[in-house]
Design a protein around this ligand. Sequence first.
Ligand SMILES: Cc1cc2nc3c(=O)[nH]c(=O)nc-3n(C[C@H](O)[C@H](O)[C@H](O)COP(=O)(O)OP(=O)(O)OC[C@H]3O[C@@H](n4cnc5c(N)ncnc54)[C@H](O)[C@@H]3O)c2cc1C
Length: 383
Amino acid sequence: MPMTADRTLPFEQAAVLGAGLMGRLMAVALAQRGCSVDVYEAGSAEAEGAAARVAAAMLAPLAESAVAPAPVVRMGHYALDRWPQLLGELATPVFFQREGTLVVWHRQDATEAARLGRVLAHTAEQVPELPAMQRLDAAAIAAVEPALGHRFAAGLLLPGEGQLDNRGLLSALLATLQSMPKVRLHWQSPRTLDDFEPGRPGQPQRVIDCRGLGVRRQWEQVRGVRGEVIRVHAPDVSLARPTRLVHPRYPLYIAPKPDGLFVIGATEIESEDRSPPSVRSTLELLSAAYAVHSGFGEARILEIATQCRPTLPDNLPSLRMPRPGVLQINGLYRHGFMIAPAILDVALELLCSQRSALAARFGLAPTLDSASGSVPATLGPTS
Ligand SMILES: Cc1cc2nc3c(=O)[nH]c(=O)nc-3n(C[C@H](O)[C@H](O)[C@H](O)COP(=O)(O)OP(=O)(O)OC[C@H]3O[C@@H](n4cnc5c(N)ncnc54)[C@H](O)[C@@H]3O)c2cc1C
């Protein structure tokens, strides 16, 4: 249980900017602790402008350690236990499972797979609390995921990793917020920090800025990293867990969701271009899925989407208090769902006491604000 669970907040009114993933989570958590909350969102309740709407929402700290350092992995591991608690408090159920991640590769990518295996083994040494990965041969793959048969000669199983339904979560958070008497939701209402003077009469006492890419005018280092994903309906394919295919350019995955849906993703391109997916990306994603399971040949394409991940220069998340009464949370990059509960609990600790023991546990280091000498101006990984 997080340290903040029983603590009373030292304020009674807050404004939350952005109702994507972090904004909704923060608003629910603050309201649960008795705070009166105004949520300002540039778009609608459908979260059409949020990275969270497009994401596959895989919760795979060891798999992601191929591109993420130890503090992010620790946060991801913490979050796997914390998600069921958070989901259990919501107004509607959300699909969540921890059947692990299966990693497979074609023979031509065996060198890249060996490199990945070494990186994951190194992560396991750095973060020993992670469940041990298992090396699988063809028969073991067929036993774990029968639908794949003997198609792959070797693979890795990362036990305990999870995934959830991103859109189900956004809807459940919305329904929860709508049921809370002290919450006011303002749609089509873009705001910036300049619209608030926290603590002044008639103003919220705290402003929590969760605008993702919308923050850029006030946090110039935040950039977008383009990702393309495809949603298909494939009732004839049965996969128990997300399957990752080792790929020379970016990790490809097929994430099964409820009702025969699969999310196939995701490209990763250093660009803020949000135009529709390219033919090349679409071909790559669909070929990868077809190569994993020929049943995807008869799948129906429901959606091909593009979004940009809000990312800082070091690709790491950050919480900062640029001035009294303001907390900004950003840079969740490709790990927003994986680490959101950890970021939420660190944020609550900061809001309660301007310090976070949890952050230290993850290996996040506060940089003291030079003006006050006590406010952690920025929290970011130390390694
Ligand atoms: C293709 C893709 C795949 C992904 N897959 C995964 C995955 O498998 N696992 C995982 O953990 N993460 C994944 N992610 C990452 C995850 O989606 C993000 O890290 C997460 O959504 C970031 O949350 P956020 O709340 O900071 O931003 P967002 O979810 O983008 O929300 C920001 C919100 O702020 C609003 N806003 C913007 N400007 C303003 C303004 N001026 N005023 C008010 N509101 C404003 C926006 O409309 C939006 O609703 C993926 C992302 C993408 C794009």
